[in-house]
Each structure stands twice: as structure tokens, then as C-alpha cells.
Design a protein around this ligand. Structure first.
Ligand code: NAP
Ligand code: G4F
Length: 326
């Protein structure tokens, strides 16, 4: 039975990836941080077969211990401070976790597999946020990186450190440059879920309106369930490499609002939406759109869920969740 260790198992992608690996017959281990982590119950309830190990990406000794106790064939490093807006408020913490945490994890893998450095396959969760002020449209693996946030800068560090460990030690270390991917499990701090939750509540009469920031930004949004398959496929290749994972379409926050409100029968959303400086960023990433041709050719990967299907899935799930909470 193959085995895998996932950092960030309590997050959106960690849950989908753990489900995918369990369905494939893996022995799945997850890293969980902090004493009495409130999301431990969620993981244990949803995925009782996953074995959890205490550890923190800022604490190398805990990662070495988790590697020793799980002894995995594959490591998926999904843990991060992942909210871009928060990364300006906590730039040093973001750098420690999202940046230096990658180096700690690579070191833990290297030390654990010193007898055969290609033995453990490593996945790094890189991000389209690294493209920032984009230097090419659409963005591909070779596009010059120009990050616009402490989060983006930290991801660039982790990305190049992953490449460096591959080139220096011959480690099987791959980096997935994933564009935005969403689901009903998306954290409510991110704009898509903030909108789907608010639309559900407005529809049910539990909320009057929603306050947002920049409505003109454009993102290449896919479904998280499709994207974790790409992570797994990367680690099944003989050679480690880096891949862009995206849908190749871009849509504005306004378009997301239009589809989300239409799903509950509201055609004019403007009366329900306010804008506030509070949600504007010191430096914005205006538009992201990826070219996943390399992943399609080498991995046979393509997204399955379309943008309208994704919006409908999220709004429907939040309407049901709100009703269940009554
Ligand atoms: P998420 O839902 O925010 O999950 C982040 C995970 O990181 C959580 O499990 C969190 O644990 C964990 N974490 C935070 N600080 C940690 C620390 N010090 N030590 C260990 N774990 C820690 O993020 P996601 O959307 O699933 O994304 C997964 C990864 O892909 C992240 O690295 C993200 O930056 C990257 N990414 C995401 C997207 C996207 O659109 N979703 C796109 C590109 C790249 P707690 O529950 O304990 O906080
Ligand atoms: O949903 P967001 O917070 O996602 P963002 O910043 O694109 O980052 C996400 O995707 C990255 C991949 O490119 C990941 F690496 C990262 O971990 C994360 O998962 O914001 C999307 C856009 C931004 O332009 C933001 O300014 O929505 C705009 N926006 C407008 N009003 C808002 C809001 N974003 C949030 N979170 N909240 C608002 O009220």
C-alpha cells in the first residue's frame, strides 16, 4: 500500500487530496498543528482512516518526527498562511510558514531519505500569485515571476527552493503552479466563498447585503476537486517537474456576482453589494489566466468543472448549509 503525508490536511485542498488518496488505496497521514486544533474534529469525522501527526511548518524537529512516524512514499506540502490580504498584516509570519516552511519540509524529507534521495516524492503547492504583475498573457511555467504580496514573495522562495533541491540533490521534487481553485470547502475569507455564503443568506432573508473590495480583478477559477488530481498525477511521473494548472479562462468578481445572484433568482445584484476600502489591497493582482498545455500533454490533465458549474455548486451548497443551520 503506498503511503502519503499531507501538510495542510485541515484546509480545502488537504481534505480533497486525502479523499482522493484514500480512494486510491493509500495509507494517508496528515500533519496537524497547535494544541487542540478546532479543525481536528472535522478531519477525524470526515476521514477517520487518516492518521494525524502533530507538527508545525516552522518547527523542523516536528517535521522530522512526522517523517519518521509516517515514513511516506509521497509528501504533499499544502500547509501555508494562504490568505493574500492577511499576508500584509503578518508578513514575517507568512515568510516563516509559507516560505521558510517549504525549506523545513524539504530538509525533513532530505534527512529522512538520506540513503536514497529519489525515494520520496515531494509536491510543493506553488501559486499563480507568484505571477503578480503579469509579464505574459496567458501565464505559463516559463513566465517571469513578479509577486505583488508578502504571500507571493514567500511562494516564490518555496518554488525556487523546491527546484533547487531537485537540481542539487536529485530529489523527486515537483511544483504545481496552481491558479485559484474553489469549492464549497473554500475558507469564507476568500472572495468566492464570501459571495456564495452571502448570496445564500440574502436569498433566505438572513442578511441584507455584502461588502467587498475591488470588483474588477479577474481570476482563472477552477474546482479544487479537479486540481488535487493534478497534484497526484505530478508525483506519478518518472521525472519531477513544474506544471501550471488552470482552466485557461478568466472572469471578474462582477461576473462571479452575476452568476451567484442569478442562481437564487436575483438578476440585478447592485443593490445588494457595497464596496469598502477595507477590502482593497496595497498592491493588486489585476488579472490571472493560465496556460495548462504542458499539464495536458504530459499528465493528461484537464479541468472538468466549468465556471458556471462551480458557482452553482458553491451557492447551492451554501443554501443547503444555511437551511441546515436553522
Ligand atoms: P487553506 O484552506 O488555507 O489551508 C491551509 C492549510 O495550512 C491549513 O490546513 C492550515 O492549518 C495549514 N497551516 C497554516 N499554518 C501552518 C503551520 N504553521 N504549520 C502547518 N500547517 C499550517 O489553503 P488551500 O486553499 O487548501 O491551499 C493549499 C495550498 O495551496 C496552500 O499552500 C496555498 O497557499 C496553495 N494554493 C492555493 C490555491 C487556491 O486557490 N486554493 C492556489 C494556489 C496555491 P490550520 O487549519 O491549522 O490553520
Ligand atoms: O479570493 P481571494 O482572496 O484570492 P487571491 O488573492 O487570488 O488568492 C487565492 O488564490 C491564489 C492563487 O492565485 C492562492 F495562491 C492564494 O492562496 C489564495 O487561495 O481574492 C481574489 C480577488 C482579489 O483580487 C481581491 O482583491 O478578489 C478581490 N476581492 C474583492 N473583494 C476580494 C474581496 N477578496 C477577498 N478575499 N475579499 C473581498 O471582500
Amino acid at each position: 500500500m503506498p503511503s502519503a503525508l499531507i501538510t495542510g490536511i485541515t484546509g480545502q485542498d488537504g481534505l480533497y487530496l486525502a479523499e482522493l488518496l484514500l480512494a486510491k488505496g493509500y495509507d494517508v497521514h496528515g500533519l496537524i498543528r497547535g494544541q487542540n486544533n478546532p479543525r481536528r474534529d472535522l478531519v477525524e469525522g470526515l476521514l477517520p482512516d487518516v492518521r494525524l501527526h502533530n507538527g508545525d511548518l516552522t518547527d523542523l524537529s516536528s517535521l522530522i518526527r512526522a517523517m519518521r512516524d509516517s515514513d511516506p512514499d509521497e509528501v504533499y506540502n499544502l500547509g501555508a498562511v494562504s490568505f493574500v490580504a492577511y499576508s500584509w498584516e503578518n508578513a514575517p509570519l507568512t515568510t516563516d510558514v509559507t516560505g521558510k516552511g517549504v525549506l523545513n519540509m524539504l530538509e525533513a524529507v532530505r534527512l529522512h531519505s538520506a540513503d536514497d534521495l529519489g525515494r520520496i516524492r515531494f509536491y510543493q503547492a506553488s501559486s499563480s500569485e507568484m505571477f503578480g504583475k503579469v509579464q505574459e498573457v496567458p501565464q505559463r511555467e516559463t513566465t517571469l515571476l513578479w509577486p505583488r504580496s508578502p504571500y507571493g514573495v514567500s511562494k516564490v522562495f518555496g518554488h525556487y527552493m523546491t527546484i533547487n533541491y531537485r537540481e542539487s540533490y536529485g530529489m523527486h521534487a515537483s511544483s504545481g503552479i496552481l491558479f485559484n481553485h474553489e469549492s464549497p470547502r473554500r475558507g469564507p475569507e476568500f472572495v468566492t466563498r464570501k459571495i456564495s455564503q452571502a448570496v445564500a443568506r440574502i436569498h433566505l432573508g438572513a442578511q441584507k447585503d455584502i461588502v467587498l473590495g475591488n470588483l474588477d480583478a479577474e481570476r482563472d477559477w477552477g474546482f479544487a476537486g479537479d486540481y488535487v488530481e493534478a497534484m497526484w498525477l505530478m508525483l506519478q511521473q518518472e521525472q519531477a517537474d513544474d506544471y501550471v494548472i488552470s482552466t485557461g479562462e478568466t472572469h471578474s468578481i462582477r461576473e462571479f456576482l452575476t452568476l451567484a445572484f442569478a442562481r437564487v433568482g436575483i438578476d440585478d445584484w447592485e443593490p445588494y453589494v457595497r464596496q469598502d476600502e477595507r477590502f482593497m489591497r496595497p498592491a493588486e493582482v489585476d488579472q490571472l489566466i493560465g496556460d495548462a498545455a504542458k499539464a495536458k500533454a504530459a499528465l493528461g490533465w484537464e479541468p472538468r468543472v466549468s465556471f458556471p458549474e462551480l458557482v452553482a455548486m458553491m451557492v447551492d451548497a451554501d443554501v443547503e448549509a444555511q437551511k441546515a443551520g436553522w
